[in-house]
Write a protein that binds this ligand. Sequence first.
Ligand code: DAU
Length: 361
Amino acid sequence: MKFLVTGGAGFIGSNLVRHLLEAGHAVVNVDKLTYAGNEESLRDLGAHHSAGYHFVRADICDAEAMRQTFALHKPEAVLHLAAESHVDRSIEGPGEFIQTNVTGTFQLLQATLGYWRGMEDSARQQFRFVHVSTDEVFGSLGLTDAAFNERTPYNPHSPYSASKAASDHLARAWMDTYGLPVIVTNCSNNYGPYQFPEKLVPVVILKALRGESIPVYGKGENIRDWLYVHDHARALLMAAERGRPGETYCIGGNNERQNIDLVHLLCGIMDDLSPRPEGRLHSDLITFVKDRPGHDLRYAINATSAQRELGWTPLEDPRSGFRKTVRWYLDNRAWWEHILSGNYRLERIGLDNNPNARVAS
Ligand code: DAU
């Protein structure tokens, strides 16, 4: 199949593009290349994929660019991942999140609809628009609540999750109103290669590697359900191939951990793979800092429906997944050094604005 992937230079997007090409599909990757989109993440695709791979630098908000991209490349399905995705950034500046996640999704839906309506009957029936979203739209779970599933009501708390919730509703409305064959997926926290160093896992690895304080928000008691990004990429392809239009699929790693436990796990892997001088422990770098405003306590996904309908289940063993991830950052210094030497600074994550910071005892 020929897929149009939006946001294919981002973390999940670049892993997905690689998965699609390896599975023998063709990809048109539409990415604006914001700070988190990185062509370096796609550099290894190699010549043998080049016939089936096209990169289009464009903003999904640009209606004419989207119209032209559809007309030129004639995709058979859309996998829509382009989004502003970092909760802390959305708290500092929500405008971009409304623009890309809400207006951008609207423009993309309109462009897709125009193209889809012009397709031949059989191609139109096969066509799918997979809208890739997050479990954060469901809000926060208590410690004893059942995990989120496809029927959990929406209750977003951050500007980021509210903008993603809005985009989910738009995507479903384009199905209900215009018949566009939309599938929505809501995933839990992803980790793995090529994750931009502003999210917890790469922050911990790179801070540890540089011997800098590792910032843990609040008491580190928040719980996330960690999904290896390759498992997520498999799920998205399965959703496009086997998912039913109008359906939602929750995709999770079945791998809940308190932040502080995950940080200790990563520090332990670092002790093993990249020991500090004089036998000091990486966990000595852990520093509890001021909490994120409106910090959701717990996310967890019940992926039974994806299992039953798509035949998907996460395959990566979490311990090997986290180890592989640390290994990847150790082996791919050039990738993250390039990011840190540009206009992005790891220092913005951490202690600068946290007068309440205290080092773990
Ligand atoms: O659940 C899916 C969501 O997971 C995605 O929709 C988001 O795009 C993605 O960013 C992620 O959201 P989180 O806010 O959970 O991810 P983040 O890596 O920013 O934080 C994970 C947890 O770790 C969260 O409880 C906040 C905490 N944290 C984060 C950072 C960056 C820290 O304690 N210290 C940190 O330095």
